[in-house]
Design a protein around this ligand. Structure first.
Ligand SMILES: Cc1cc2nc3c(=O)[nH]c(=O)nc-3n(C[C@H](O)[C@H](O)[C@H](O)COP(=O)(O)O)c2cc1C
Length: 146
């Protein structure tokens, strides 16, 4: 059975883009070994991460992530059964120019993804639009071609 978790956190002070790339490259290797996939967005010093995989692997990985001093203010947003993987097999990273301003605008992005304006379902939808690999990924929702 697949599970999905979703959380938001703030990068520890002094975290540089090079640190993010290191985190992601290590995470990709560990996740592949644990059959975990997902997506990570980094914007204005905040992370949003979705992880999908077998429940025991997700729990173990999240325990490591929780204890990681490279981020703080970790806000757990959702844990749910997943019918399928939404982000392919790897760990998609979206930050800087790879993060579509159109999608941020469409979702009324505000600093830190506060739960009031980004409840779990909206946040997951945001992640799919920002990181998904399907048709229309990276574009604003209204521009889907049908
Ligand atoms: C924002 C963020 C996202 C991370 N994502 C993952 C991940 O998807 N998979 C993973 O194995 N480690 C991830 N890590 C790294 C873990 O926190 C941790 O360093 C790693 O699992 C190794 O565990 P250890 O530090 O207890 O040895 C992430 C760290 C941060 C700060």
């Amino acid at each position: 059975m697949l599970e999905r978790i979703l959380y938001v956190s703030r990068a520890a002070p002094g975290t540089e883009l090079s640190d993010i790339f290191r985190i992601v490259s290590e995470a990709r290797a560990r996740n592949a070994a644990a059959d975990i996939s997902g997506a990570l967005v980094f914007v204005d010093g905040w992370f949003v991460q979705v992880l999908e995989g077998p429940a025991p692997a997700i729990c173990a990985t999240y325990a490591h992530i929780l204890a990681d001093p490279r981020h703080v203010d970790i806000s757990f947003r959702a844990r749910e059964r997943a019918l399928c993987r939404l982000f392919g097999d790897g760990l998609v990273l979206r930050t800087g120019p790879k993060l579509s301003p159109e999608v941020l605008r469409e979702f009324d992005y505000s600093f830190g993804f506060p739960v009031e304006t980004f409840p779990a379902d909206v946040l997951l939808e945001f992640m799919v639009w920002a990181c998904g690999s399907g048709r229309g990924a990276g574009a604003a929702p209204q521009s889907i071609a049908v």
